[in-house]
Design a protein around this ligand. Structure first.
Ligand code: GNR
Ligand code: NI
Length: 188
């Protein structure tokens, strides 16, 4: 496993339209492992392969990343005392995902993106949707999404088309966001 470098704006590779996965092989499994490690390290709740420079239609999501600062929970069973992390990870893998039946109703979330660090803005997206995707073995699965999961998967699917959340903002707001990012970088 390895943490990979996350591409940031204005890297032109972030505008790539990613290619479908055709081989469900070791290379894919290594990519997915590295994406989780990179996402948890960042930390973020989702990551698209293009964010680590790989133009393949692969997403990972975990809405409940383990909080490294949370105090561990002590528990006792079978006569043994032990500690475990306070939150449980829920890693999800989506290969070749497609959105079906996006709701007309919109939901607004304040979004951020590991490729647009330290910038946050409200984005409206369909509140619910159905997603058809493949798992690591290539099995096709359909699932209904709502809440933060619906928003997050739509944000990640945009990356597969070379679209960033700031592309959903007005030109004025997008330019303000990019200027702010430039300033933050100069200060660093
Ligand atoms: O970590 C992330 N948080 C987030 C918050 C609201 C909506 C979408 C996201 S995804 C983002 C990680 C990322 O950049 N994924 O592409
Ligand atoms: Ni993102």
């Amino acid at each position: 496993m390895a943490i990979r470098e996350i591409l940031e704006v204005p890297d032109p590779r972030l505008k790539t339209v990613s290619e479908p996965v055709t081989e469900f092989d070791d290379e894919l499994r290594t990519l997915v492992e590295d994406m989780f490690e990179t996402m948890y390290d960042a930390p973020g709740i989702g990551l698209a392969a293009i964010q680590v420079g790989v133009p393949k239609r692969v997403l990972v999501i975990d809405l409940q990343p383990e909080d490294p600062d949370a105090p561990p929970v002590e528990c006792e069973h079978d006569g043994h005392k032990h500690t475990h992390p306070a939150t449980k990870n829920e890693p999800r893998i989506f290969i070749n995902p497609e959105i079906l039946d996006p709701a007309e109703e919109l939901a607004t979330y304040q979004e951020g993106c590991l490729s647009v660090p330290e910038i946050y803005a409200d984005v409206d997206r369909p509140a619910t949707c159905r997603v058809r995707y493949q798992d690591l073995e290539g099995n096709v699965i359909e699932e209904d999404m709502e809440g933060l999961m619906a928003t997050c998967i739509q944000h990640e699917m945009d990356h597969l088309e070379g679209i960033l959340f700031i592309d959903h903002l007005s030109r004025l707001k997008r330019n303000m966001a990019l200027k702010k990012l430039q300033k933050l970088r100069q200060a660093a």
